[in-house]
Design a protein around this ligand. Structure first.
Ligand code: FDP
Length: 338
């Protein structure tokens, strides 16, 4: 019997145990982050379960329609948002919440306030919900730096001030990828245990990849460097093989694949959307944070993505992120343009 392998299989590193281990490295820590994270994990488990049932619920007329009591059923993205907001507020560890679903930030009432601010997209990739393709939740976490009443200024900060970021992908398995600023770790939900188990320790993105990921339907409106870069992916002149194209159209799925297999994900600016499409606070920043922590890069076309300072909570930015060398190439094309 292979006792070592057996021991490995029976020593389950749950996400809570993992974060508690991390916390024990900081004697001053009072467990606030662990409590916050366990509420994020709860939200992810809820959304995972709802997403798994979505097709069935639609079949029996439960989603987005009127139920038997004549009540309007909530759409999956609205439902997911409600669950996250309530879990985060009740954690007692947050002061400001910014959600993709809510136009205004939520300021937590003083009796329930805590030291964290959470920016999140509860259900990203909404166009993929109805056809059962992978979608996800993205989140980033800041700390409050004062004890006064919270304002949006507490989250209008560069991404490099985030203390943690992650996403949960609802795909063929449910996977939560997290960074607290010391590398990236991936946890897979074991549905029979209801626990996220560490399955992908210390994820590092390959230095260079052979996949590019972009919505090529926008090509006629791209700027010069993006056009040149994609042309180079398809028709390399240096003897290297052409890259493969993969595009799910859910940021979480496209970034997850990029993180594990390497390559580049692009959502550039174009003539119709000069600031690109993706939102700085809860799409660009968390994914850029994870990429850098995994050894990759994230660039806006002008600067390091994490150095952006957003002025509005729903601001957008172009983004190029992925393997170090691939992002270097796009940076060089923008630099050459001057
Ligand atoms: P969606 O519109 O389906 O919600 O920002 C949202 C997002 O999806 C990302 O998840 C995804 O990467 C991108 O938009 C896809 O945009 P395009 O349809 O323009 O390619």
């Amino acid at each position: 019997m292979d006792h070592e392998a057996d021991a490995y299989r029976t020593d389950l590193m749950t996400i809570t145990r993992f974060v508690l281990n991390e916390q024990s490295k900081y004697p001053e820590s009072r467990g606030d982050f662990t409590i916050l994270l366990s509420n994020i994990v709860l939200g992810c488990k809820f959304v995972c379960s709802a997403v798994n049932k979505a097709g069935l619920a639609k079949l029996i007329g439960l989603a987005g329609e009127t139920n038997i009591q004549g009540e309007e059923q909530k759409k999956l993205d609205v439902l997911s948002n409600d669950v996250f907001v309530k879990a985060l507020v009740s954690s007692g560890r947050t002061s400001v919440l910014v959600s993709e679903e809510d136009e205004e930030a939520t300021f937590v009432e003083s009796s329930k306030r805590g030291k964290y601010c959470v920016v999140f997209d509860p259900l990203d990739g909404s166009s993929n919900i109805d056809c059962g393709v992978s979608i996800g939740t993205i989140f980033g976490i800041y700390t409050m730096t004062h004890n006064d009443d919270p304002t949006t200024e507490d989250v209008l900060k560069p991404g490099n001030e985030m203390v943690a970021a992650g996403y949960c992908m609802y795909g063929s398995s449910c996977m939560l990828v997290l960074s607290t600023g010391t590398g990236v770790n991936g946890f897979t939900l074991d549905p029979s245990l209801g626990e996220f188990i560490l399955t992908h320790p210390d994820i590092k993105i390959p230095k260079k990849g052979n996949i590019y990921s972009v919505n090529e339907g926008n090509a006629q409106n791209w700027d010069g460097p993006t056009t040149k870069y994609v042309e180079k992916c398809k028709f390399p002149k240096d003897g290297s093989p052409a890259k493969s194209l993969r595009y799910v159209g859910s940021m979480v799925a496209d970034v997850h694949r990029t993180l594990l297999y390497g390559g580049i994900f692009l959502y550039p600016a174009d003539k119709k959307s000069p600031n690109g499409k993706l939102r700085v606070l809860y799409e660009v920043f968390p994914m850029s944070f994870l990429m850098e922590q995994a050894g990759g890069q994230a660039f806006t076309g002008k600067k390091r993505a994490l150095d952006l300072v957003p002025e509005k909570i729903h601001e957008r930015s172009p983004i190029f992120l992925g393997s170090y060398d691939d992002v270097e190439e796009i940076k060089a094309l923008y630099a050459a343009e001057g």
